[in-house]
Design a protein around this ligand. Sequence first.
Ligand SMILES: C[S@@+](CC[C@H](N)C(=O)[O-])C[C@H]1O[C@@H](n2cnc3c(N)ncnc32)[C@H](O)[C@@H]1O
Length: 227
Amino acid sequence: MANAVKNARRFLGELLYERRYRVQTNGNIILDAHDAENIFYIAMNWRQLRRALPPRSVTRQDVFLDIGSGMGRAVLTAAAEYPFARVIGVELCRELHEVAQRNLATTRRRLRCRDVELVCADVRDYRIPDDVTVIFINNSIRGSLFTGMLTDLSASMKRNPRTVRLIYGNPLEEDALLASGEWRKVRTVMARRSRSTWPYGATCVYETTGAQAQAEGQQAATPRATA
Ligand SMILES: C[S@@+](CC[C@H](N)C(=O)[O-])C[C@H]1O[C@@H](n2cnc3c(N)ncnc32)[C@H](O)[C@@H]1O
């Protein structure tokens, strides 16, 4: 009974969201490209981003990147509700990317940030732009894809030192993230009424200034004194 009520509430919330933005983002979709590291499509809870990332913490200098943007729910929410300078979504599957493009076309005029870019690519082949300051990952990639993304971000932060926040839903790779020594956990938000066990139902916010990567870069650049 409790589950039925929870499901009905979720369905209603999503219906309201879809109506409000006149988009189609709902679904639970597994395609051929999805496997243990490339995680299938399921849209974020429409309140998830706002609860983890208060709009007042974002400025016009911030740039948002959703890794695994699917049908674009997080991208549209970021562009509609925050003053981001630009918003980017990277999605592996063309089918989902094309739905996101249609969703963007119907809503673009109503968005607060109109500089929205949707890229159809495997994150493995995508270089994180050097101005990105907020990354959203709703458990879209795992294993070597996740650590590869961290390496790519480190390189970007060496080129352009800055603070980057990671908003991570169902943070299954938290150990790998914290083991890098670069990140500190700032906040954990649990889904309301969720009975899931950690890390499911959690969205965590992590932050890095890239200090360690920069120190390593400086060390490598400094010639050693010879005896
Ligand atoms: C859980 S869904 C998240 C959807 C969206 N970010 C949201 O929160 O509404 C994960 C998405 O990541 C995409 N994905 C999986 N592996 C990927 C990869 N290697 N590169 C880019 N996207 C990937 C999937 O196709 C899927 O759309």
